[in-house]
Design a protein around this ligand. Structure first.
Ligand SMILES: Nc1nc2c(ncn2[C@@H]2O[C@H](COP(=O)(O)OP(=O)(O)OP(=O)(O)O)[C@@H](O)[C@H]2O)c(=O)[nH]1
Ligand SMILES: [Mg+2]
Length: 364
């Protein structure tokens, strides 16, 4: 799974990427206009994995992980440059939009002054415009085929969805606001639109502003009002989070207490963006490893087994399942869970649920 970080230049994309990944890419007050897209792996915090690890004391603990990608910014009105950005991030499963909300005279703003809601609207408009251009190009080529009488080259279902998309985009609506059937989604998947992707908006606020909870709350509410569909907004100070990410857990605690913050905003950001992907985790737990496995909701048990190894899927016999909650109610003891009968034997079609602890029985 992959999340692309987007935004205008100097909004703090690389700063937040560094905070997320613990990497140290250079940041600067000069806008980057070229270079490679950079990728980093981020573990998804999960208290359930922490507790299971505490119980099993495994040699290895593995959290669910998501790749984040950092690239150059969007440029207002520059469709050619923006198409280049689009090409680098189109295979992402979701977007993380960084919006500048910090004042700093030493960091130039591409539009002259700081105005977060204006920037958010503008960036949404750039996403919509990019997608509209793709739709139009595709429709043109379809019309061309029809004119030449090559009807066999035209997929009517695709054309119908494209017309639906065009209508929305022309009304300046991002595609994530529309409802699509699975068939419709399939017909347009190859175009890899950006405005259809789930999105989390992060206001990069100044350190001093974090204390002004009212202003921050207002900003988030305004953004939530603007964003429809699978999207969410929150605020953090990229600069602080980047500094925090470099400290030990003890130092982090002291630093946060100083600032009057309970939890690093980064943890929340990672959880919120994972939530947008509509994924769930099941767990395997033992002395060698406690591990979270990422699957789509309602994946059948045999397919979930295939995540671990194709042999387990092929030789699937049964899944021994206990929910995390039931397991903890049994004091975190497998023996107790078996005795109390909360351990279930499930067949290959059992839809796996978030938090299931599973032991697969298979034969090869
Ligand atoms: N004061 C302040 N400066 C920040 C903050 N976040 C980022 N900066 C500074 O803003 C400048 C740009 O930050 P980057 O993270 O490089 O921004 P970017 O969005 O990656 O920029 P481009 O890659 O050029 O599009 C750097 O000088 C950062 O140190 C912040 O929260 N407060
Ligand atoms: Mg950058």
């Amino acid at each position: 799974m992959k999340i692309a970080i987007i935004g205008f230049s100097n909004s703090g994309k690389t700063t937040i990427f560094n905070a997320l990944t613990g990497l140290g890419l250079p940041t600067s007050s000069y806008p980057s206009t070229s270079g490679e897209a950079r990728m980093g792996v981020v573990n998804v915090p999960d208290e359930r994995i922490d507790s299971l690890s505490g119980i099993f004391r495994p040699a290895k603990t593995t959290y669910a992980a998501v790749d984040y990608v950092d690239y150059i910014g969007f440029t207002k009105g520059d469709t050619k440059q923006n198409a280049k950005v689009h090409a680098h991030i189109k295979d992402a499963d979701a977007l993380l939009q960084v919006v500048r909300a910090f004042e700093d005279p030493s960091v130039p703003h591409p539009f002259g002054g700081v105005d977060p809601m204006r920037d958010l609207r503008q960036l949404e408009a750039e996403l919509v415009l990019g997608d509209l251009m793709l739709v139009e190009k595709r429709l043109e080529s379809i019309e061309e085929s029809l004119k030449k009488g090559r009807k066999e080259k035209v997929n009517d279902a695709e054309r119908a969805v494209l017309l639906k998309c065009r209508e929305a985009l022309e009304a300046e609506k991002p595609l994530r606001e529309l409802e699509f059937s699975p068939e419709e989604l399939k017909a347009i998947r190859h175009l890899e639109f950006l405005s259809i992707k789930p999105e989390v908006v992060v206001f990069n606020v100044a350190e001093e502003m974090l204390k002004d909870k009212e202003t921050v709350q207002k900003l988030i509410q305004d953004a939530q009002g603007l964003l429809k569909g699978n999207a969410s907004a929150l605020a953090m100070s990229g600069k602080i989070e980047m500094e925090l990410a470099q400290l030990s857990p003890e130092e982090q605690k002291a630093f946060l207490a100083d600032l009057g913050i309970e939890e690093p905003a980064l943890r929340r950001l990672i959880k919120v963006s994972y939530g947008l992907l509509r994924l769930i985790s099941f767990f395997t737990a033992g002395e060698d490893e406690v591990k979270a496995w990422t699957i789509k909701e309602a994946t059948p048990a045999s397919k979930a087994a295939g995540k671990i190894h194709s042999d387990i899927e092929k030789g699937f016999i049964r899944a021994e399942v206990v929910s995390y909650e039931d397991f903890m109610k049994c004091g975190g003891s497998m023996a107790e869970a078996r005795k109390l009968g909360v351990f279930r034997l499930e067949g290959r079609d059992y839809p796996v649920k978030d938090g299931d602890i599973i032991n697969f029985r298979f034969n090869i």
